[in-house]
Design a protein around this ligand. Structure first.
Ligand SMILES: [Zn+2]
Length: 115
């Protein structure tokens, strides 16, 4: 499943990023998932729960997923518009734009540790 491999790669990224003793104290992961990223937060959450980290160092780690809106920056007037209903139009000059500045990403926004 798509989401399971995403969960795996997130955990792998964190394992490479942080030292062993920090990983043992990890308590929460905050993700930002763009609405155009093809990742469904609910499914990602299910995949994380299904992984069942019980008995591992990640057993107490909570996963928080924030869904981020789609934003475009107009090439003509530089105005930034929040896209609703997949209407890729600048709200200021009403020209169509595909210059995405937010909405496609899946990133680890924040990681929390117990002291
Ligand atoms: Zn514009």
């Amino acid at each position: 499943m798509h989401e399971t491999s995403i969960v795996n790669s997130i955990m792998k990224t964190l394992e490479m990023e942080f030292e062993e003793e920090k990983l043992d104290k990890m308590s929460a992961i905050y993700l930002k998932v763009g609405k155009l990223s093809n990742i469904e937060p609910r499914l990602l959450h299910n995949a994380y729960t299904a992984k069942n980290y019980c008995g591992t160092r990640f057993h107490a780690v909570k996963l928080h997923i924030e869904s981020t809106d789609i934003k475009i920056k107009c090439e003509t007037c530089n105005h930034i518009t929040e896209v609703e209903n997949y209407r890729f139009l600048c709200e200021k000059c009403e020209r169509p734009s595909k210059n995405l500045i937010q909405g496609e990403e899946m990133l680890i926004h924040k990681v929390e540790f117990d002291d």
